[in-house]
Unconditional design. Structure first.
Length: 131
């Protein structure tokens, strides 16, 4: 059973009048923090795709994104900018959200490791090639 589905089922089982679970939000994620770009490079390598050839600083990416957003506001361009300030910020930061509260309140512990999840992701992409 995958981690998110397991967590939903465990939380549902723990619901009862007066339960600490009722009305509380929970994060479900990796067991430990994962470096974003280490993970992305590993995924691309396993897919046989080249990784980034250059790196730019977050301030530079934010400035470029601001320029794209201004262009899309000023010109009649359809769709979304190629880069937004939000996207630049997300790719500049490794995120980790502890699931400690889920473990404490309804016994959640991941059953699928990050490595296994990555293996499954690569397997899925191999079965569903992007054209």
């Amino acid at each position: 059973m995958d981690n998110a589905a397991l967590a939903h089922l465990q939380a549902a089982d723990a619901l009862a009048p007066g339960s600490v679970v009722a009305g509380n939000p929970y994060f479900i994620g990796d067991e430990a923090p994962v470096n974003l770009w280490g993970w992305v490079r590993s995924l691309l390598e396993r897919l046989g795709e080249p990784g980034p050839s250059r790196v730019i600083s977050y301030p530079a990416a934010r400035a470029i994104a601001t320029g794209f957003e201004c262009l899309y506001r000023l010109l009649p361009l359809s769709g979304e900018p190629l880069l937004t300030r939000f996207t630049a910020a997300q790719f500049a930061t490794s995120h980790y959200f502890s699931h400690e509260a889920a473990g404490r309140d309804f016994g959640y512990q991941p059953t699928i490791s990050n490595e296994e999840g990555l293996r499954r992701t690569v397997q899925w992409f191999a079965a569903h090639p992007v054209s």
